[in-house]
Design a protein around this ligand. Structure first.
Ligand SMILES: Cc1ncc(COP(=O)(O)OP(=O)(O)O)c(N)n1
Ligand SMILES: Cc1nc(C(=O)O)sc1CCOP(=O)(O)O
Ligand SMILES: [Mg+2]
Length: 224
């Protein structure tokens, strides 16, 4: 297997859904299946926060959700837990600034997808140098889904990273809704990453579809 090509990565980032059991008011498998029906392009298993599953229960949920992704051709990324990603032979891993050295994670996972969080230019440059396939930038807007989230920076941080030469695939995260997708794509993001906009929606399928439509429309507008 070779490293993912940048253009394929950009497409997979378009509607990047993140979820764990703590984000779900109904069975996670149902929410994921509905989100896939609505058009998500990538999935991250993020089993984190108060009440999160651990050990065997975490592994079993991950396996169940990975199976659903596999049935529909949606790449399955594991948040934080490199060992779990390897045990499941997941498609990739996402790590943040407090999750260890991205270079070492790259060595451990070989050609699997590596996503790294960055909050400023220095972190973004280091992620590129470490071999990240994409960068997650946030929070763009205020979020209730991450207990230790930093202060929201607005879409200007994406514009700044692009202006300073960060050219690799980039996804915006934190408080993203169909209503603000336009400004993050216009700023230079390849896609949007969401928890609550899909997981807490009355219909995850409708929410995912609205996000996908907003991304496609915004990308068309950005080409003009
Ligand atoms: C796509 C994406 N971007 C950013 C993050 C946040 O990662 P991190 O800073 O490590 O925080 P936690 O998610 O681990 O709490 C992400 N998970 N995904
Ligand atoms: C997992 C995560 N990481 C963030 C960061 O800023 O790095 S914000 C966030 C939570 C995103 O959830 P929602 O779409 O509900 O705002
Ligand atoms: Mg992390």
């Amino acid at each position: 297997m070779a490293r993912i090509a940048s253009e394929a990565m950009r497409e997979q980032l378009e509607v990047y859904f993140i979820m764990g059991s703590v984000n779900c008011a109904k069975p996670p498998a149902e929410i994921l299946a509905e989100a896939i029906a609505g058009g998500i392009t990538l999935f991250q298993f993020r089993e984190k926060g108060s009440g999160a599953l651990v050990g065997e229960q975490k592994y079993e949920l991950a396996k169940q959700l990975q199976h659903i992704c596999q049935e529909h051709g949606i790449p399955f990324i594991v948040n934080d837990d490199v060992e779990l990603a390897l045990a499941l032979d997941a498609d990739g891993v996402h790590i943040g600034q407090e999750d260890g050295d991205a270079r070492i994670v790259r060595e451990k996972i070989g050609d699997k997808i590596l996503g790294v969080s960055a909050h400023n230019l220095q972190e973004a440059l280091a992620a590129v140098a470490a071999g990240a396939d994409y960068i997650g930038v946030g929070p763009i807007y205020p979020t209730k889904s991450k207990e230790d989230a930093k202060k929201a920076q607005g879409p200007g941080i994406i514009r700044l990273l692009r202006r300073h030469g960060i050219a690799i695939p980039l996804v915006a995260i934190g408080g993203i809704t169909a209503g603000n997708v336009g400004e993050v794509i216009a700023a230079g993001a390849d896609g949007v990453s969401v928890i609550s906009a899909i997981a807490s929606a009355p219909s995850p399928a409708v929410a995912a579809r609205q996000l996908a439509q907003a991304v496609h429309l915004s990308k068309k507008g950005a080409q003009k």
